[in-house]
Design a protein. Structure first.
Length: 292
């Protein structure tokens, strides 16, 4: 048996090239989130040379978090062939267990009522919805303001990160930045673009977000970069939906939304049809390169 836990610099750890287990970016992010929420509680298992026997996901999460060290347990009692066998056993044996759905749902409900973020537990949103559909949750005051958690000291996602979610790609960045948009699409044309931009200066935005509200007078010109990027990546038969709503102030209706629609049609060469019902403006735009 291992006698104690050591803390090694990540540079001493070597991923095992024989490891057949894969870890998606989403799973690594979940492991990283768990480490941030609960601590690094499961050491990485290595041999005396630093080759990882078990814990490749935790190693990758530690790299993503920028940690300098990680807890390890040295398995120096295994032969080379036993290390290879244990690498498979450690991954496979965990898959053979099952859940008591009733007990699990009850435990999840209790944790939720104690303000534990269930997303840190590794369950997907769909799994949580199914598990907790019939769970008895304590009554809460519907008028009680939702508590907003503090921002993590070390965010998992940073500007420029691209997440693969099944067949989908999600980038953390500014849609007005041409390089960000092209990195996300990677040469693929979009059949549909849906936008919901900020509503000029009619709403208050958190100053810490870095966003400065745009005055109605400058809104159309500010939005032009978005329209340019959409035209650059939209398929020839593609459509784009603009979700924005005009408002009234001091008894007078603001005209900046109408200015924006007119700019699409008359200035930017992007016009098929517009629907003013329900505050939704829908505009289809041919992708003939950047709008001139």
């Amino acid at each position: 048996m291992a006698n104690h836990i050591e803390h090694w610099a990540l540079g001493r750890l070597v991923p095992n090239p024989r490891n057949p287990r894969t870890h998606s970016d989403a799973q690594i992010a979940q492991i990283a989130g768990s480490i941030l929420a609960f601590g690094f509680n499961a050491p990485i298992l290595v041999d005396a040379k630093g080759s990882i026997i078990a814990g490749h996901g935790r190693y990758l999460a530690a790299l993503k978090l920028g940690l300098e060290t990680a807890p390890v347990i040295i398995l120096d009692h295994l032969s080379e062939i036993e290390k290879r066998a244990y690498l498979l056993a450690d991954n496979k044996l965990a898959e053979l267990s099952d859940w008591d759905d009733e007990a699990l749902a009850s435990e999840l409900a209790a944790l939720k009522s104690a303000d534990i973020h269930l997303g840190d537990l590794g369950f997907s949103d769909d799994e949580l919805r199914l598990l907790m559909a019939d769970a008895e949750l304590p009554d809460t005051d519907s008028n009680e303001e939702e508590a907003i958690p503090e921002l993590p000291a070390e965010p998992v996602t940073r500007a420029g990160d691209i997440w693969l979610i099944g067949k989908h790609r999600l980038i953390c960045g500014d849609c007005r930045d041409r390089d960000v948009v092209h990195r996300l699409l990677d040469g693929v044309r979009a059949n549909l673009v849906i936008t919901s931009p900020p509503y000029a200066a009619q709403r208050e935005y958190d100053a810490s977000s870095g966003f400065t509200p745009i005055s109605p007078e400058k809104y159309s010109e500010w939005f032009r970069t978005v329209a340019d990027n959409i035209a650059a990546i939209l398929a020839k038969d593609g459509s784009y939906f603009l979700n924005i709503k005009e408002h009234s102030q001091d008894g007078e209706r603001s005209l900046y939304v109408k200015d924006l629609v007119i700019a699409h049609q008359r200035k930017w060469g992007c016009a098929s049809w517009t629907n003013f019902a329900g505050g939704i403006r829908r505009t289809a735009c041919p992708a003939n390169g950047p709008i001139a």
